[in-house]
Design a protein around this ligand. Sequence first.
Ligand code: SIN
Ligand code: FE2
Length: 213
Amino acid sequence: MLDLFADEAPWIEPLADGAVILRRFASADAQALIAQISELAAASPFRQMVTPGGYTMSVAMTNCGEVGWTTDHHGYLYSPIDPLTSQPWPAMPTLFRTLSDGASKAAGYADFTPDACLINRYASGAKLSLHQDKDELNLQQPIVSVSLGLPAVFQFGGLKRNDPLKKVMLEHGDVVVWGGPSRLFYHGILPLKSGHHSATGEYRFNLTFRHTR
Ligand code: SIN
Ligand code: FE2
């Protein structure tokens, strides 16, 4: 199908203090990113992690980079080893690095050096409850989050769980960057509406780049 918006120039939308949406920033790289996600998942497969409380997450996850976000009976942690394969996580592809570097700079954050990329896969109904990204030891660097495939509603609040939430639709190629005053703001994804996307079929993928140490 002819995609009239494939070459749309990116634009910036403010989201909160220290947070912006770089609309369509990843559009040009999207196909290559999706191909690389398949390769990474061949080495470290998507899996639905079980939280320390015994809840099976609806989002399927894997990682690439020096460390990956995972869970065990005690809590959440960044580990250099994939507990499913007992191997190191696959290395972060150059394109991932280039993209997160460009996005962080476009958002006003210089010198972002991610050592982890969490790869989320949402099928119909999958969601991510309101949470803070606080397992990183160093909170000076931002989070860079890339959306691919089916659209989803992203909620972005404040430092307190019950702060008012902004709801924004994240679409294929959109990149959200949050750091500085909003680095610990609560956020989440509402249950994915079923659909079909020409690039990802029935799924939404999300990449979140983090500097963990
Ligand atoms: C996350 O909070 O780690 C991911 C958010 C998203 O899927 O857009
Ligand atoms: Fe998060």
